[in-house]
Design a protein around this ligand. Structure first.
Ligand code: MV4
Length: 501
């Protein structure tokens, strides 16, 4: 087993990885930018080494620097987390060439799955259902238009080097085709340095459901069930849960088999995710594979009882993984809410600043994977994800109620966060019924963004009440929105104190 691991990431995921390292008796090494000099993840590590720089490009993407720090520190492996270098095949190769272990899949699997047309072709050849579309890149506009007519509108033009929606164009009829193909190619070229595009039939109002897989070097590949990720905004996930309220035993089994087949087809090792779209007829289609640990992995951990980071480390060290078979039955239900430093009342604009006060949520069935603390400065340089709240319940209803309680308990001052928006989602009727698609946020815009009473007035009133409370002139009862102000015991105690004074 490794004695020391360098974590090539920041924020909550760096801490998440370091925690498992500590539990496994493995030392961890942090690398940090100038901006992150005093970030919590730096203090979670056993050792920390400055990368310098402020932007991602100048810091967390400096792979030569990161590899040389790893070697000097005596680390045996590098964990890339998610984002940054996690799906960079050249980095994975360079790590291996330097004599270190990359905690992730083989570089060939990253490269193969990074190319969406190659991935589609592989899936078709292995009998994994894909969305109807082209097997190869489209080049000639007129030939491509013929193909689009055969497939039938609406269609999507997607970037071969893409993923996450960049370089994607919805085309509803033949007249729109040429312009869409040209602009998609231009956008893909600028974003990925590869202008290759292809066509897929547009699946209308689908659910986005992904399967967690694990593969070790002892001949075993298993799936650990699904995550429901349909609640998204501009290709950014907002809420995830496990299991999905859409799947029954049969569909779960079929999709799980397909996910395992997909992972085996590309020679996968470690933890990976197979993304599917499920249409209104409950037909499912392979969309893409994510060759990394995902942000939303905790919901799978909670309903399976596994530590996915520990499994990644074990597999990378050549040990067999813990699960011996596919997991299709779960322990209760888990929901994750992503807390972003964004202002939902201002079109989710980034909200940088200093965390002036922080009292996070805990209690029964609550886990928080956070990257921040009171006093932290949130910059504009990196991803605005500051924390993840995960709630567990014996059933979906209890998990949602606990999440709602935790979101209301959470107190954070100094920046805007997505908490008020997440509360609206958790209260939403269609969300609670499980009747939603990837268009949920768009379709419920009015309810989700409805203005409260004048917030400024409420804030001013609260400030006056707080002042009176501090002078012991008033006591609070368990109040309006179910938020605990002062317990009745304290109220009685204070009344007594006033009487005896
Ligand atoms: C699709 C699709 C419908 N039909 N492909 C969005 C990001 C990228 N990963 C693929 N995406 C989609 N691909 C076909 N053939 C709809 C989407 C899509 C989407 C997918 C999952 C979650 C949210 C989404 C929001 C808009 C579009």
């Amino acid at each position: 087993m490794f004695k020391k691991i360098l974590v090539a990431n920041r924020g909550e995921i760096a801490i998440r990885i370091m925690r498992t390292c500590r539990e496994m008796g493995i030392k961890s090494v942090a690398v940090f930018s100038d901006i992150d000099r005093s970030s919590p993840f730096v203090y979670h590590a056993d050792e920390a080494c400055a990368l310098g720089g402020t932007t991602s490009q100048e810091s967390y993407l400096q792979w030569q620097k990161i590899i040389s720090i790893a070697r000097r520190s005596g680390a045996g492996a590098i964990h890339p987390g998610y984002g940054f270098l996690s799906e960079n095949a050249a980095f994975a190769e360079a790590v291996q060439k330097s004599g270190l272990v990359f905690i992730g899949p083989p570089p060939e699997a990253i490269r193969l799955m990074g190319n969406k047309t190659a991935a589609r072709k592989l899936m078709i050849n292995h009998g994994v259902p894909t969305v109807p579309g082209t097997e190869d890149a489209i080049e000639n506009v007129d030939e491509a238009r013929k193909i689009a007519l055969e497939i039938g509108y609406p269609i999507l033009i997607k970037a071969a080097a893409g993923g996450g929606g960049k370089g994607m164009r919805l085309v509803e009829n033949d007249a729109q085709f040429e312009e869409a193909m040209i602009s998609a190619g231009r956008e893909a070229g600028a974003a990925f340095g590869d202008a290759t595009v292809y066509i897929e039939k547009f699946v209308e109002e689908p659910r986005h459901i992904e399967f967690q897989i694990l593969a070790d070097n002892h001949g075993r590949t298993v799936h650990l069930g699904e995550r429901e990720c349909s609640i998204q905004r501009r290709h950014q996930k907002v809420v995830e849960e496990a299991p999905s309220s859409l799947l029954d035993k049969k569909l779960r089994h079929e999709m799980g088999q397909a996910a395992v087949k997909a992972a085996e087809a590309c020679g996968y090792r470690g933890a990976g995710t197979i993304e599917f779209l499920v249409d209104k007829h409950r037909r499912f289609y392979f969309l893409e594979m994510n060759t990394r640990l995902q942000v939303e992995h905790p919901v799978t951990e909670w309903v399976t009882g596994l530590d996915l980071v520990a499994e990644q480390i074990r597999i990378a060290a050549g040990l067999p993984m813990t699960p011996e078979q596919n997991i299709e039955q779960f322990w209760g239900h888990a929901v994750e809410c992503r807390l972003y430093a964004e202002n939902p009342k201002n079109d989710f604009a980034p909200s940088p600043g200093k965390i002036l006060f922080l009292k996070s949520a805990d209690g029964p069935g609550i886990r928080e994977d956070s990257g921040i603390t009171q006093g932290s400065e949130i910059s504009l340089y990196y991803d605005p994800l500051i924390s993840k709240l995960i709630a567990w319940g014996s059933d979906r209803g209890q998990a949602i109620r606990r999440m709602l309680r935790a979101l209301r308990e959470y107190e954070i001052l100094g920046i805007h966060t997505t908490i008020p928006f997440l509360i609206r989602v958790m209260e939403n009727r269609d969300f609670n019924r499980g009747t939603f698609t990837t268009k949920f946020i768009e379709e419920h815009r009015n309810e989700l963004f409805r203005q409260d009473e004048s917030l400024a007035e409420v804030a001013a009133f609260s400030a006056v009440l707080q002042e009176l409370k501090e002078k012991n002139r008033v006591v609070f009862k368990n109040g309006g929105n179910g938020r605990l102000k002062t317990s009745n015991w304290k109220v009685i105690h204070r009344k007594k104190a006033l009487r005896t004074r």
